[in-house]
Design a protein around this ligand. Structure first.
Ligand code: 6PG
Length: 475
Protein backbone atom coordinates (compact mmCIF):
# COMPACT_ATOMS: atom_id res chain seq x y z
CA UNK A 1 0.00 0.00 0.00
CA UNK A 2 1.47 3.31 -0.97
CA UNK A 3 -1.25 6.00 -1.07
CA UNK A 4 -1.32 8.62 1.70
CA UNK A 5 -4.89 9.60 0.98
CA UNK A 6 -7.87 8.23 -0.91
CA UNK A 7 -10.58 10.28 -2.54
CA UNK A 8 -13.93 8.73 -3.40
CA UNK A 9 -16.49 10.69 -5.39
CA UNK A 10 -14.79 12.22 -8.40
CA UNK A 11 -17.22 14.87 -9.56
CA UNK A 12 -15.62 18.25 -10.04
CA UNK A 13 -14.96 19.04 -6.35
CA UNK A 14 -13.58 15.56 -5.63
CA UNK A 15 -11.42 15.55 -8.77
CA UNK A 16 -9.96 18.93 -8.01
CA UNK A 17 -9.16 18.06 -4.40
CA UNK A 18 -7.53 14.81 -5.54
CA UNK A 19 -5.41 16.75 -8.03
CA UNK A 20 -4.52 19.27 -5.34
CA UNK A 21 -3.23 16.45 -3.09
CA UNK A 22 -1.26 14.95 -5.99
CA UNK A 23 0.26 18.30 -6.93
CA UNK A 24 1.51 18.59 -3.37
CA UNK A 25 3.44 15.36 -3.68
CA UNK A 26 0.96 13.01 -2.02
CA UNK A 27 0.09 9.68 -3.58
CA UNK A 28 -3.67 9.64 -4.07
CA UNK A 29 -5.87 6.58 -4.42
CA UNK A 30 -8.87 7.29 -6.62
CA UNK A 31 -12.29 5.72 -6.42
CA UNK A 32 -15.61 6.46 -8.00
CA UNK A 33 -18.82 4.47 -8.28
CA UNK A 34 -18.48 4.46 -12.06
CA UNK A 35 -14.92 3.86 -13.23
CA UNK A 36 -15.46 6.15 -16.23
CA UNK A 37 -15.00 9.25 -14.06
CA UNK A 38 -11.79 7.89 -12.58
CA UNK A 39 -10.42 7.16 -16.03
CA UNK A 40 -11.49 10.57 -17.31
CA UNK A 41 -9.61 12.23 -14.47
CA UNK A 42 -6.52 10.14 -15.11
CA UNK A 43 -6.65 10.79 -18.86
CA UNK A 44 -6.93 14.54 -18.45
CA UNK A 45 -4.78 15.13 -15.37
CA UNK A 46 -2.81 11.98 -14.66
CA UNK A 47 0.34 14.08 -15.01
CA UNK A 48 -0.55 16.17 -11.97
CA UNK A 49 1.12 13.63 -9.70
CA UNK A 50 1.02 10.11 -8.38
CA UNK A 51 -2.43 8.50 -8.57
CA UNK A 52 -3.53 4.94 -7.83
CA UNK A 53 -6.47 3.83 -9.97
CA UNK A 54 -8.86 1.52 -8.13
CA UNK A 55 -12.16 -0.04 -9.12
CA UNK A 56 -13.64 -1.58 -5.99
CA UNK A 57 -13.87 -0.31 -2.44
CA UNK A 58 -11.69 -3.22 -1.28
CA UNK A 59 -9.01 -2.38 -3.81
CA UNK A 60 -9.29 1.30 -2.85
CA UNK A 61 -8.94 0.66 0.88
CA UNK A 62 -6.13 -1.80 0.19
CA UNK A 63 -4.14 0.88 -1.63
CA UNK A 64 -3.90 3.08 1.47
CA UNK A 65 -1.15 3.40 4.05
CA UNK A 66 -2.25 3.03 7.69
CA UNK A 67 -3.93 4.74 9.36
CA UNK A 68 -5.99 4.86 6.21
CA UNK A 69 -7.37 8.25 5.28
CA UNK A 70 -10.32 8.46 2.92
CA UNK A 71 -11.96 11.68 1.83
CA UNK A 72 -15.57 11.31 0.72
CA UNK A 73 -16.72 13.89 -1.82
CA UNK A 74 -20.23 12.75 -2.67
CA UNK A 75 -23.62 14.41 -2.45
CA UNK A 76 -24.69 15.20 1.12
CA UNK A 77 -27.41 12.95 2.53
CA UNK A 78 -28.15 9.31 1.72
CA UNK A 79 -25.28 9.00 -0.75
CA UNK A 80 -22.85 9.87 2.05
CA UNK A 81 -24.34 7.28 4.40
CA UNK A 82 -24.09 4.60 1.71
CA UNK A 83 -20.40 5.27 1.04
CA UNK A 84 -19.59 5.45 4.75
CA UNK A 85 -21.23 2.05 5.28
CA UNK A 86 -19.17 0.42 2.51
CA UNK A 87 -15.95 2.00 3.69
CA UNK A 88 -16.50 1.20 7.34
CA UNK A 89 -16.93 -2.48 6.46
CA UNK A 90 -13.62 -2.52 4.63
CA UNK A 91 -11.61 -0.41 7.08
CA UNK A 92 -9.94 -1.16 10.44
CA UNK A 93 -9.96 0.52 13.85
CA UNK A 94 -7.84 3.67 13.85
CA UNK A 95 -8.61 4.48 10.18
CA UNK A 96 -10.04 7.89 9.32
CA UNK A 97 -13.04 8.73 7.17
CA UNK A 98 -13.40 12.37 6.18
CA UNK A 99 -16.65 13.77 4.81
CA UNK A 100 -15.77 16.84 2.75
CA UNK A 101 -19.31 17.55 1.53
CA UNK A 102 -21.78 20.12 2.82
CA UNK A 103 -23.32 17.73 5.37
CA UNK A 104 -25.88 18.83 7.92
CA UNK A 105 -23.92 19.01 11.17
CA UNK A 106 -26.45 16.92 13.08
CA UNK A 107 -25.87 14.12 10.54
CA UNK A 108 -22.16 14.47 11.23
CA UNK A 109 -22.74 14.17 14.98
CA UNK A 110 -24.72 10.98 14.37
CA UNK A 111 -22.15 9.49 11.97
CA UNK A 112 -19.21 10.31 14.23
CA UNK A 113 -20.86 8.58 17.18
CA UNK A 114 -21.73 5.49 15.12
CA UNK A 115 -18.22 5.14 13.68
CA UNK A 116 -16.57 5.74 17.05
CA UNK A 117 -18.43 2.63 18.28
CA UNK A 118 -16.62 0.73 15.56
CA UNK A 119 -13.22 2.19 16.43
CA UNK A 120 -13.10 4.43 13.34
CA UNK A 121 -12.42 8.16 13.30
CA UNK A 122 -14.95 10.27 11.46
CA UNK A 123 -14.03 13.79 10.49
CA UNK A 124 -16.75 16.10 9.16
CA UNK A 125 -14.79 18.70 7.25
CA UNK A 126 -16.29 21.83 5.78
CA UNK A 127 -14.48 22.73 2.57
CA UNK A 128 -15.00 26.12 1.00
CA UNK A 129 -13.73 27.77 -2.12
CA UNK A 130 -15.72 26.19 -4.90
CA UNK A 131 -14.08 24.33 -7.78
CA UNK A 132 -11.18 26.70 -8.07
CA UNK A 133 -10.46 26.63 -4.37
CA UNK A 134 -10.56 22.84 -4.31
CA UNK A 135 -7.80 22.76 -6.92
CA UNK A 136 -5.63 25.66 -5.80
CA UNK A 137 -6.21 25.91 -2.06
CA UNK A 138 -9.52 25.87 -0.21
CA UNK A 139 -10.35 26.85 3.35
CA UNK A 140 -10.83 23.62 5.32
CA UNK A 141 -12.81 23.23 8.54
CA UNK A 142 -12.24 19.73 9.91
CA UNK A 143 -14.12 18.64 13.02
CA UNK A 144 -14.03 15.28 14.78
CA UNK A 145 -11.71 13.58 17.22
CA UNK A 146 -8.65 15.63 18.07
CA UNK A 147 -6.34 12.59 17.92
CA UNK A 148 -7.16 12.06 14.25
CA UNK A 149 -5.86 15.52 13.45
CA UNK A 150 -2.28 14.43 14.14
CA UNK A 151 -2.48 11.99 11.22
CA UNK A 152 -4.67 14.16 9.04
CA UNK A 153 -3.92 17.82 9.77
CA UNK A 154 -0.57 18.11 7.97
CA UNK A 155 -2.07 16.53 4.85
CA UNK A 156 -5.04 18.90 4.81
CA UNK A 157 -2.95 21.93 5.70
CA UNK A 158 -0.60 21.18 2.81
CA UNK A 159 -3.39 21.60 0.25
CA UNK A 160 -5.27 24.47 1.90
CA UNK A 161 -4.90 28.14 1.07
CA UNK A 162 -2.31 30.04 3.12
CA UNK A 163 -2.37 33.63 4.30
CA UNK A 164 0.87 35.15 5.59
CA UNK A 165 2.24 31.61 5.83
CA UNK A 166 -0.64 30.40 8.01
CA UNK A 167 -2.74 27.56 6.58
CA UNK A 168 -6.47 28.18 6.17
CA UNK A 169 -7.15 24.92 7.96
CA UNK A 170 -7.21 24.02 11.62
CA UNK A 171 -8.87 21.47 13.86
CA UNK A 172 -12.22 23.09 14.69
CA UNK A 173 -13.58 20.92 17.48
CA UNK A 174 -15.42 17.65 18.18
CA UNK A 175 -17.96 15.76 16.04
CA UNK A 176 -20.23 18.06 14.02
CA UNK A 177 -18.42 21.33 14.74
CA UNK A 178 -16.56 21.48 11.42
CA UNK A 179 -19.74 21.20 9.41
CA UNK A 180 -21.50 23.57 11.80
CA UNK A 181 -19.00 26.36 11.19
CA UNK A 182 -19.05 25.65 7.45
CA UNK A 183 -22.83 26.03 7.62
CA UNK A 184 -22.48 29.40 9.36
CA UNK A 185 -19.82 30.37 6.79
CA UNK A 186 -22.40 29.72 4.09
CA UNK A 187 -25.01 31.72 6.01
CA UNK A 188 -22.62 34.67 6.06
CA UNK A 189 -21.99 34.04 2.36
CA UNK A 190 -25.73 34.38 1.75
CA UNK A 191 -25.90 37.63 3.74
CA UNK A 192 -22.87 39.09 1.98
CA UNK A 193 -24.30 38.20 -1.44
CA UNK A 194 -27.68 39.70 -0.56
CA UNK A 195 -26.08 42.94 0.65
CA UNK A 196 -24.06 43.19 -2.55
CA UNK A 197 -27.28 42.54 -4.48
CA UNK A 198 -29.07 45.34 -2.65
CA UNK A 199 -26.21 47.74 -3.41
CA UNK A 200 -26.43 46.78 -7.10
CA UNK A 201 -30.20 47.27 -7.04
CA UNK A 202 -29.76 50.81 -5.65
CA UNK A 203 -27.25 51.73 -8.34
CA UNK A 204 -29.58 50.41 -11.00
CA UNK A 205 -32.89 51.75 -9.75
CA UNK A 206 -31.97 54.84 -7.72
CA UNK A 207 -29.07 56.10 -9.86
CA UNK A 208 -29.90 54.55 -13.24
CA UNK A 209 -26.49 52.88 -13.67
CA UNK A 210 -26.04 50.14 -16.24
CA UNK A 211 -24.22 46.92 -15.38
CA UNK A 212 -20.82 48.18 -16.59
CA UNK A 213 -21.10 51.30 -14.46
CA UNK A 214 -21.90 49.23 -11.37
CA UNK A 215 -19.00 46.91 -12.24
CA UNK A 216 -16.65 49.89 -12.21
CA UNK A 217 -17.85 50.87 -8.74
CA UNK A 218 -17.28 47.35 -7.38
CA UNK A 219 -13.83 47.21 -8.94
CA UNK A 220 -12.97 50.44 -7.18
CA UNK A 221 -14.40 49.23 -3.90
CA UNK A 222 -12.29 46.13 -4.14
CA UNK A 223 -9.26 48.33 -3.68
CA UNK A 224 -10.42 49.43 -0.21
CA UNK A 225 -11.77 48.07 3.05
CA UNK A 226 -14.46 46.09 1.17
CA UNK A 227 -11.80 44.07 -0.65
CA UNK A 228 -13.09 40.53 -0.90
CA UNK A 229 -13.62 37.63 -3.24
CA UNK A 230 -17.36 38.29 -3.52
CA UNK A 231 -16.90 41.98 -4.37
CA UNK A 232 -14.26 41.03 -6.93
CA UNK A 233 -16.40 38.44 -8.72
CA UNK A 234 -19.42 40.76 -8.59
CA UNK A 235 -17.59 43.13 -10.95
CA UNK A 236 -16.73 40.22 -13.24
CA UNK A 237 -20.29 38.93 -13.35
CA UNK A 238 -21.64 42.43 -14.02
CA UNK A 239 -19.17 42.98 -16.86
CA UNK A 240 -20.02 39.72 -18.62
CA UNK A 241 -21.83 40.18 -21.95
CA UNK A 242 -24.40 37.76 -23.28
CA UNK A 243 -23.23 36.32 -26.60
CA UNK A 244 -26.79 35.80 -27.85
CA UNK A 245 -28.14 39.32 -27.35
CA UNK A 246 -25.11 41.48 -26.72
CA UNK A 247 -26.71 42.67 -23.49
CA UNK A 248 -25.17 42.41 -20.05
CA UNK A 249 -25.55 38.80 -18.92
CA UNK A 250 -27.08 39.94 -15.63
CA UNK A 251 -29.92 41.51 -17.63
CA UNK A 252 -30.87 38.25 -19.33
CA UNK A 253 -30.63 35.92 -16.30
CA UNK A 254 -33.96 35.12 -14.57
CA UNK A 255 -34.09 37.01 -11.27
CA UNK A 256 -35.04 34.00 -9.12
CA UNK A 257 -32.24 32.92 -6.75
CA UNK A 258 -31.89 29.26 -5.93
CA UNK A 259 -30.38 27.61 -2.89
CA UNK A 260 -29.18 24.19 -1.96
CA UNK A 261 -29.95 24.53 1.75
CA UNK A 262 -26.99 25.59 3.86
CA UNK A 263 -28.33 29.13 4.36
CA UNK A 264 -31.68 27.75 5.40
CA UNK A 265 -29.97 25.36 7.84
CA UNK A 266 -28.07 28.27 9.36
CA UNK A 267 -31.29 30.12 10.07
CA UNK A 268 -33.07 27.02 11.40
CA UNK A 269 -30.18 26.40 13.77
CA UNK A 270 -30.12 30.06 14.80
CA UNK A 271 -33.83 29.89 15.62
CA UNK A 272 -33.20 26.90 17.87
CA UNK A 273 -30.23 28.57 19.50
CA UNK A 274 -32.09 31.86 19.93
CA UNK A 275 -29.44 33.86 18.05
CA UNK A 276 -30.77 36.78 15.99
CA UNK A 277 -28.99 36.23 12.67
CA UNK A 278 -31.25 38.78 11.01
CA UNK A 279 -28.96 39.49 8.06
CA UNK A 280 -28.67 35.84 7.12
CA UNK A 281 -32.39 35.26 7.62
CA UNK A 282 -33.29 38.21 5.38
CA UNK A 283 -30.92 36.85 2.75
CA UNK A 284 -32.55 33.42 2.81
CA UNK A 285 -36.03 34.94 2.66
CA UNK A 286 -35.00 37.34 -0.11
CA UNK A 287 -34.01 34.31 -2.21
CA UNK A 288 -37.36 32.72 -1.39
CA UNK A 289 -39.22 35.89 -2.37
CA UNK A 290 -37.32 36.13 -5.64
CA UNK A 291 -38.31 32.56 -6.38
CA UNK A 292 -42.01 33.10 -5.60
CA UNK A 293 -42.74 33.67 -9.26
CA UNK A 294 -46.54 33.32 -9.11
CA UNK A 295 -46.95 35.70 -6.21
CA UNK A 296 -44.60 38.17 -7.83
CA UNK A 297 -46.55 38.01 -11.06
CA UNK A 298 -49.82 38.56 -9.22
CA UNK A 299 -48.32 41.54 -7.38
CA UNK A 300 -47.02 43.34 -10.49
CA UNK A 301 -48.57 46.79 -10.67
CA UNK A 302 -49.47 47.06 -6.98
CA UNK A 303 -49.41 50.63 -5.78
CA UNK A 304 -46.10 52.09 -4.66
CA UNK A 305 -47.62 55.14 -2.99
CA UNK A 306 -46.00 58.52 -3.43
CA UNK A 307 -42.31 58.09 -4.14
CA UNK A 308 -39.52 60.45 -3.17
CA UNK A 309 -36.95 62.06 -5.43
CA UNK A 310 -33.87 60.21 -6.64
CA UNK A 311 -30.55 61.25 -5.17
CA UNK A 312 -28.89 64.01 -7.19
CA UNK A 313 -25.41 63.83 -5.71
CA UNK A 314 -24.22 60.63 -7.35
CA UNK A 315 -20.79 60.62 -5.71
CA UNK A 316 -22.25 61.15 -2.26
CA UNK A 317 -24.88 58.43 -2.67
CA UNK A 318 -22.28 56.03 -4.04
CA UNK A 319 -20.19 56.59 -0.95
CA UNK A 320 -23.31 56.21 1.22
CA UNK A 321 -24.00 52.81 -0.33
CA UNK A 322 -20.39 51.74 0.20
CA UNK A 323 -20.56 52.61 3.87
CA UNK A 324 -23.98 51.02 4.32
CA UNK A 325 -22.61 47.86 2.76
CA UNK A 326 -19.61 47.81 5.04
CA UNK A 327 -21.65 48.41 8.20
CA UNK A 328 -24.25 45.81 7.26
CA UNK A 329 -21.50 43.36 6.45
CA UNK A 330 -19.98 43.86 9.90
CA UNK A 331 -23.40 43.09 11.40
CA UNK A 332 -23.73 39.90 9.32
CA UNK A 333 -20.33 38.62 10.44
CA UNK A 334 -20.96 39.64 14.04
CA UNK A 335 -24.20 37.66 14.00
CA UNK A 336 -22.49 34.65 12.43
CA UNK A 337 -19.79 34.68 15.08
CA UNK A 338 -22.50 34.95 17.77
CA UNK A 339 -24.04 31.80 16.34
CA UNK A 340 -20.71 29.98 16.42
CA UNK A 341 -20.34 30.84 20.09
CA UNK A 342 -23.91 29.75 20.84
CA UNK A 343 -23.45 26.47 18.95
CA UNK A 344 -20.23 25.86 20.81
CA UNK A 345 -21.98 26.37 24.17
CA UNK A 346 -24.98 24.25 23.19
CA UNK A 347 -22.91 21.26 22.05
CA UNK A 348 -20.00 21.71 24.45
CA UNK A 349 -17.52 22.07 21.58
CA UNK A 350 -15.27 24.66 23.20
CA UNK A 351 -14.67 26.38 19.86
CA UNK A 352 -12.24 29.26 19.41
CA UNK A 353 -14.06 31.80 17.20
CA UNK A 354 -10.78 33.53 16.38
CA UNK A 355 -9.74 30.34 14.53
CA UNK A 356 -12.55 30.86 12.07
CA UNK A 357 -11.47 34.44 11.41
CA UNK A 358 -7.98 33.10 10.73
CA UNK A 359 -8.88 30.27 8.37
CA UNK A 360 -11.54 32.28 6.51
CA UNK A 361 -8.99 34.88 5.45
CA UNK A 362 -8.09 32.82 2.40
CA UNK A 363 -9.46 30.08 0.18
CA UNK A 364 -13.13 30.38 1.07
CA UNK A 365 -15.97 32.22 -0.61
CA UNK A 366 -16.26 34.85 2.14
CA UNK A 367 -12.54 35.61 2.23
CA UNK A 368 -12.12 39.32 2.74
CA UNK A 369 -9.55 41.82 3.86
CA UNK A 370 -11.59 42.72 6.92
CA UNK A 371 -11.31 39.18 8.31
CA UNK A 372 -7.83 40.28 9.38
CA UNK A 373 -9.60 42.81 11.60
CA UNK A 374 -11.86 40.13 13.04
CA UNK A 375 -8.82 37.96 13.72
CA UNK A 376 -7.10 40.87 15.47
CA UNK A 377 -10.20 41.53 17.55
CA UNK A 378 -10.24 37.90 18.75
CA UNK A 379 -6.47 37.89 19.28
CA UNK A 380 -6.87 40.91 21.58
CA UNK A 381 -9.94 39.57 23.32
CA UNK A 382 -10.75 35.85 22.79
CA UNK A 383 -13.98 36.20 24.79
CA UNK A 384 -15.39 39.27 23.13
CA UNK A 385 -19.14 39.75 23.58
CA UNK A 386 -19.98 41.04 20.13
CA UNK A 387 -17.81 42.12 17.25
CA UNK A 388 -19.72 45.35 16.84
CA UNK A 389 -18.60 46.70 20.21
CA UNK A 390 -14.91 46.07 19.48
CA UNK A 391 -13.04 49.36 18.90
CA UNK A 392 -12.24 48.87 15.22
CA UNK A 393 -15.77 47.81 14.25
CA UNK A 394 -17.41 50.29 16.54
CA UNK A 395 -15.53 53.07 14.83
CA UNK A 396 -16.23 51.66 11.38
CA UNK A 397 -19.95 51.68 12.10
CA UNK A 398 -19.80 55.15 13.63
CA UNK A 399 -18.18 56.34 10.39
CA UNK A 400 -20.91 54.68 8.38
CA UNK A 401 -24.00 55.32 10.44
CA UNK A 402 -25.24 58.53 8.76
CA UNK A 403 -24.75 57.03 5.33
CA UNK A 404 -26.41 53.81 6.43
CA UNK A 405 -29.53 55.66 7.57
CA UNK A 406 -29.64 57.77 4.39
CA UNK A 407 -29.45 54.65 2.23
CA UNK A 408 -32.30 52.93 4.06
CA UNK A 409 -34.43 56.09 4.03
CA UNK A 410 -33.76 56.77 0.35
CA UNK A 411 -34.46 53.18 -0.63
CA UNK A 412 -37.71 53.27 1.33
CA UNK A 413 -38.91 56.53 -0.21
CA UNK A 414 -38.05 55.17 -3.68
CA UNK A 415 -39.81 51.84 -3.07
CA UNK A 416 -36.60 49.84 -3.54
CA UNK A 417 -36.40 46.74 -1.32
CA UNK A 418 -33.37 46.63 0.98
CA UNK A 419 -34.29 43.93 3.51
CA UNK A 420 -30.75 43.16 4.61
CA UNK A 421 -29.54 46.79 4.82
CA UNK A 422 -32.66 47.77 6.76
CA UNK A 423 -32.80 44.84 9.14
CA UNK A 424 -29.10 45.10 9.90
CA UNK A 425 -29.58 48.74 10.81
CA UNK A 426 -32.57 47.83 12.99
CA UNK A 427 -30.50 45.13 14.66
CA UNK A 428 -27.82 47.70 15.43
CA UNK A 429 -30.40 50.16 16.79
CA UNK A 430 -32.04 47.38 18.78
CA UNK A 431 -28.79 46.25 20.31
CA UNK A 432 -27.74 49.73 21.35
CA UNK A 433 -31.23 50.77 22.63
CA UNK A 434 -31.47 51.47 26.31
CA UNK A 435 -35.13 50.40 26.52
CA UNK A 436 -36.80 48.01 24.11
CA UNK A 437 -40.55 47.47 23.79
CA UNK A 438 -40.00 43.97 25.17
CA UNK A 439 -41.28 45.26 28.54
CA UNK A 440 -44.68 45.63 26.93
CA UNK A 441 -44.43 42.13 25.46
CA UNK A 442 -43.76 40.83 28.96
CA UNK A 443 -46.79 42.73 30.28
CA UNK A 444 -49.00 41.24 27.57
CA UNK A 445 -47.71 37.74 28.25
CA UNK A 446 -48.37 38.17 31.93
CA UNK A 447 -51.86 39.50 31.15
CA UNK A 448 -53.06 36.62 29.03
CA UNK A 449 -50.95 33.77 30.35
CA UNK A 450 -49.68 34.69 33.82
CA UNK A 451 -46.19 34.20 32.38
CA UNK A 452 -44.65 36.59 34.96
CA UNK A 453 -42.03 39.31 34.51
CA UNK A 454 -38.94 40.67 36.20
CA UNK A 455 -38.73 44.21 37.64
CA UNK A 456 -35.99 46.74 37.01
CA UNK A 457 -35.76 47.61 40.70
CA UNK A 458 -35.74 44.29 42.58
CA UNK A 459 -34.88 40.63 41.97
CA UNK A 460 -37.51 37.91 41.55
CA UNK A 461 -40.44 37.03 39.30
CA UNK A 462 -43.72 38.91 39.55
CA UNK A 463 -47.29 38.57 38.35
CA UNK A 464 -50.06 41.15 38.27
CA UNK A 465 -53.55 39.84 39.16
CA UNK A 466 -54.99 41.17 35.91
CA UNK A 467 -58.43 39.59 36.32
CA UNK A 468 -58.56 40.38 40.04
CA UNK A 469 -57.72 43.58 41.84
CA UNK A 470 -54.61 44.13 39.67
CA UNK A 471 -52.26 44.11 42.59
CA UNK A 472 -48.86 42.52 42.12
CA UNK A 473 -47.73 39.29 43.71
CA UNK A 474 -44.39 37.60 43.80
CA UNK A 475 -44.54 34.49 41.66
C1 6PG B 1 -18.31 27.30 -0.65
C2 6PG B 1 -19.72 27.44 -1.13
C3 6PG B 1 -20.22 26.10 -1.62
C4 6PG B 1 -21.47 26.16 -2.46
C5 6PG B 1 -22.66 26.73 -1.73
C6 6PG B 1 -23.74 27.19 -2.67
O1 6PG B 1 -18.09 27.65 0.50
O2 6PG B 1 -17.46 26.89 -1.42
O3 6PG B 1 -20.52 27.89 -0.11
O4 6PG B 1 -20.35 25.28 -0.51
O5 6PG B 1 -21.21 26.87 -3.62
O6 6PG B 1 -23.15 25.75 -0.90
O7 6PG B 1 -24.87 27.29 -1.94
P1 6PG B 1 -26.29 27.57 -2.54
O8 6PG B 1 -26.50 26.67 -3.71
O9 6PG B 1 -27.21 27.25 -1.40
O10 6PG B 1 -26.29 29.01 -2.92
Amino acid sequence: ARAQIGVTGLAVMGSNIARNFARHGHTVALHNRSIAKTDALLAAHGDDGDFVRTETIEEFVGALQKPRRVLIMVKAGDATDAVIEELADAMEPGDIIIDGGNALYTDTIRREAALRERGLHFVGAGISGGEEGALNGPSIMPGGPKESYAALGPLLESISAHVDGTPCCTHIGPDGSGHFVKMVHNGIEYADMQLIGEAYNLFRDALGFDADQVADVFTEWNGGELESYLVEITAEVLRQKDAKTGKALVDVVVDAAEQKGTGRWTVKSALDLGVPVTGIAEAVFARALSGSREQRKAAQGLASGALGAKPTDVAQFTEDIRRALYASKIVAYAQGFDQIRAGSDEYGWDLTPGDMATIWRGGCIIRARFLNRIKEAYDTNPDLTSLIVEPYFREAIENAIDSWRRVVVTATTLGIPVPAFASSLSYYDGLRAERLPAALTQGQRDFFGAHTYERVDMPGKFHTLWSGDRSEIEA
